[in-house]
Design a protein around this ligand. Structure first.
Ligand code: ADP
Length: 484
């Protein structure tokens, strides 16, 4: 699938350290999840390379920090434009290694690029403060300064966007970055890094450490333990987030964490039912259900329950499963065998506990799972408590607003939530009562570069995107000027 790139030089298999492409002769295979075919052998780096990348980033910091915000913004803008120019190739690389349908991959390139554009603009607006004095002999000033070398560990489900939304604010603020992309999707990361080089990113400002699962842990250890690293940003599972947080404790590192979710998707009796079904389709089945903001539990009020599940099942039957490169395919493979096994276990558990299968419920070949709707779901089922991360919609019945708000909040997670209602009072009540970082109301698609993305409770720390997104990468410094 990668033979037809318009610009084959975007296909990099070496890592990027200090502006040089590094390959020490050890490799790991990157495979196409749709076919199992090996796409490339990528440089398998280790702890010593992580130290070298951190040293390069530390050397690059003073000059990058000393550039004016406008100068940094201009490099970022160029990078942004290069991503858009090469969107077709980037999408092909992404579909090949991640599996999502080509149209979705292209959508992610645009979405990922938009964070670079946004933070290029925000670079110029990192304002400080002057504080009214309480002593006429003194003046109080507040500066926001680049924090220093930042590290980013990213997942495979959005191979480009999860990188740009960490790296762009860091670079905009004046911080160099060391990225450790997911072992499943390093090719997208490297292609994006190649474009950063072409945009004029100075050596050492942006480094990419590729590694297999085992070496990723070793590199993670170095990044967490290092005194050079002032900030670690991670998107991935809550379980790994906890490990990284613990590893960062000795150096009191600042952390941004985007972890797991267990998103409720609530449909009230007064909802526009067709719109709710449409929203559920987008929120649940996008990326084959492999996003941290995917609806995990659908709660539908008794009065519209039967009509909703019938309409939803009809739409779900129309999803076309297959290789993401094939025209018309709307759902690709799951990322790996472990992902398939988890989906199968959630469905088997639900059926054993009385769920009714309306459609789907089985593997297709080795690597695909049929989009599934389960009616009569209950709180005892695994899918009520754990993130399924696959194309399975369990639909629960509820009676009252108070009941469903309590059910929705009864989880340690708090990332995205959704509800459908046309009642303005209810919209405010429920919007305020949901213990989530994000609430989609009458929509299943909420994320864009201009707004703060992030979770509460065990879904994470910090916000990405929006004018808040740069806060994680600056330190606040207070200057007290006496003897006026
Ligand atoms: P997912 O559930 O999305 O596969 P993970 O949390 O397992 O997410 O992985 C996300 C990222 O974290 C990947 O880049 C992976 O290599 C990295 N990772 C996984 N385990 C560790 C670890 N113990 N230390 C450092 N990085 C890790």
């Amino acid at each position: 699938p990668l033979a037809t790139l318009a610009d084959p030089t975007l296909l990099k298999t070496a890592a990027l350290i200090d502006g040089a492409w590094v390959d020490r002769g050890e490799h790991f295979a990157v495979t196409d999840p749709a076919t199992g075919q090996v796409l490339a052998q990528v440089a398998n780096l280790g702890a010593a390379d992580a130290e070298a990348a951190l040293a390069a980033a530390a050397r690059a910091w003073p000059a990058w920090r000393a550039k004016t915000a406008k100068e940094r913004a201009s490099v970022l803008m160029k990078w942004y434009q290069l991503l858009l120019q090469h969107a077709d190739d980037l999408a092909r690389i992404m579909t090949a290694e991640q599996g999502k349908p080509l149209a979705e991959a292209k959508g992610e390139v645009g979405y990922g690029a938009s964070f670079i554009e946004w933070f290029a603009e925000e670079a110029k607006r990192v304002y400080g403060e002057t504080v009214p004095t309480t002593d006429n002999n003194k003046r109080y000033l507040v500066l926001k300064q680049a924090m220093g070398v930042c590290a980013a560990i990213t997942p495979w489900n959005f191979p480009i966007a999860m990188i740009t939304r960490k790296v762009a604010p860091a670079l905009a603020a004046g911080c160099p970055v060391v990225i450790k992309p997911a072992e499943q999707t390093p090719l997208s990361a490297l292609a994006v890094a190649e474009l950063a080089q072409r945009a004029g990113m100075p050596a050492g400002v942006l480094n990419v450490l590729t590694a297999d699962a085992e070496r990723s842990i070793q590199i993670g250890n170095v990044l967490c333990a290092s005194d050079t690293v002032r900030h670690l940003s991670f998107t991935g599972s809550t379980e790994v987030g906890r490990i990284l947080m613990k590893q960062c404790a000795p150096t009191i590192k600042k952390l941004s964490l985007e972890l797991g979710g267990n998103a409720p998707f609530i449909v009230f009796d007064d909802a526009d039912l067709d719109s709710a079904v449409e929203g559920a389709m987008i929120s649940k089945y996008r990326n084959a259900g492999q996003t941290c903001v995917c609806a995990n539990r659908l709660y539908v009020q008794a009065g519209v329950y039967d009509a909703f599940v019938e309409k939803l099942a009809a739409k779900v039957k129309a999803i076309k499963v297959g290789n993401g490169f094939e025209a018309g395919v709307t759902q690709g493979p799951l990322i790996d065998e472990a992902a398939l096994a988890k989906v199968e276990s959630h469905v088997a558990d639900a059926l054993a506990k009385g769920a009714k299968l309306l459609t789907g419920g089985q593997r297709i070949g080795e690597r695909f799972y049929s989009p599934t709707v389960l009616a009569q779901a209950t709180g005892e089922m695994l899918c009520a408590r754990e993130e399924t991360f696959g194309p399975v919609a369990p639909v629960f019945r509820f009676e009252t607003e108070a009941e469903v708000v309590a059910l929705a909040n009864d989880t340690e997670f708090g990332l995205a939530s959704y509800f459908y209602s046309r009642d303005v009072g209810r919209i405010f009540r429920v919007g305020e009562a949901l213990e989530y970082g994000m609430v989609g109301i009458n929509t299943g698609l909420i994320s864009t570069a201009e707004v703060p993305f992030g979770g509460v409770k065990q879904s994470g720390l910090g916000r990405e995107g929006s004018h808040h997104g740069i806060d994680d990468y600056v330190e606040i410094k207070y200057l007290c000027l006496g003897d006026i």
